[in-house]
Design a protein around this ligand. Structure first.
Ligand SMILES: *Cc1c(COP(=O)(O)O)cnc(C)c1O
Length: 355
């Protein structure tokens, strides 16, 4: 840290993104990207748009917002596109939390919530997941705090039902409930349809996972017009052109090709269940995933050891050092061929460790 760095960030621990090593070609199952490229129509449209990059992008993102409104059956005024959904989560912490309005989230969830809370000096409380790693929604009822819930949750993959989220919304009428639906397209129940019903609901989604656009950085916020206006105040105080031209175009054309992504999501879900079955046969404990990853543990091998041995065989998964989850690895569901390579490596590693 330089002597110039503001003291207010003394204790800040930044988010640690999944590793992107260059030393060799890995089978990348560590950051929950899609194994499929975006459709050709998206690539072509982005190429064309690049020619107009001398001009700023549209700060209102009108074309994208209108397309989103059509696909999600909401009004354009209820949508805010952002530079990845991390940006809208950041805005939500800034807009709806402060010293008197703390944040609450699960002890095991998306690591960025804690980073944002600390970045903005927001007091926060974590609620432990139950023994089985599920969220007890009743513990979030009437807590007088801004709530952040990843649904489905990461890295567990477990989901709450829409009805359970509604209980949280109803019981916290004076606080915002942020539902982070980064993985909802892989089997969760979305709450976007509830934004007219609950004035305290903000739903976030991303194009990074189910829409093959992690590198383009595009997220969406859904809420009533007043909340979207609040968030826009922060956007226009930070970076009015937060979504660049190519990304905006990618988003519009992606939405026009929804059937491509529906097919790919279905394929990933099928491969997920296939992989889960094989891992269970190998003696793994596998949580019931509604996402594009599996959270797995084996009594036969230590979590970090499995991670390291997979890495030395060219397969990257994500290992977290948290106390309750040290024995687990989070494995992104790739193509069937990638998962077969992963399963073969796991089988060999288990054998070697027995001998
Ligand atoms: C991946 C992820 C995000 C953010 O993704 P962006 O790439 O910033 O859109 C948000 N929440 C959860 C739970 C995620 O896993």
């Amino acid at each position: 840290m330089s002597k110039f760095f503001s003291k207010k960030y003394d204790a800040l621990t930044p988010y640690t993104p999944g590793e992107q090593p260059r030393d060799m070609q890995y089978i990348k199952l560590n950051t929950n990207e899609s194994p499929f490229p975006p459709p050709e129509a998206v690539v072509e449209a982005v190429k064309r748009e690049a020619g107009a990059c001398n001009l700023y992008s549209d700060p209102t993102c009108r074309a994208l917002v209108e397309e989103v409104a059509k696909v999600y059956k909401v009004r354009p005024t209820q949508v805010l596109p952002t530079n990845g959904s991390d940006e809208i989560l950041n805005f939500a912490f800034m807009a709806f939390c402060d010293r008197d309005t703390p944040a609450t989230f699960a002890d095991i969830t998306y690591g960025f919530y804690e980073v944002f809370a600390r970045l903005h000096g927001i007091p926060y409380r974590t609620i432990p997941l139950k023994e089985d790693f599920s969220i007890d929604y009743r513990e979030y009822m009437g807590i007088h705090s801004t709530v952040f819930i990843a649904n489905p949750n990461a890295p567990t993959g477990l989901a709450l039902s829409r009805a359970q989220i509604e209980e949280i919304l109803v019981s916290n009428p004076d606080n915002i409930v942020v539902v982070d639906e980064a993985y909802v397209d892989f089997g969760g129940e979305s709450c976007v349809s509830l934004i007219d019903k609950y004035e305290n609901l903000l739903v976030t989604q991303t194009f990074s996972k189910s829409r093959s656009l992690a590198g383009a950085r595009l997220g969406l916020g859904f809420a009533n017009e007043k909340l979207i206006n609040d968030l826009n105040t922060l956007k226009y105080s930070t970076n009015p052109y937060n979504v660049n031209r190519m990304t905006m175009t990618a988003g519009v054309v992606a939405l026009q090709n929804q059937s491509y992504f529906d097919e790919k999501c279905e394929e990933i879900c099928k491969t997920r269940e296939y992989t889960k079955e094989k891992l269970t046969k190998l003696g793994f404990f596998v949580l019931d995933s509604k996402t594009n990853f599996l959270f797995i543990r084996s009594d036969k091998i230590d979590g970090e050891r499995l991670y390291n041995q997979l890495k030395s065989r060219g397969i990257l998964v994500r290992h977290f050092n948290g106390e309750r989850i040290r024995e687990f690895n989070r494995v992104t569901v790739g193509t069937k061929a990638q998962m077969d390579a992963f399963l073969l490596a796991v089988t060999e590693i288990l054998k070697e460790n027995q001998a």
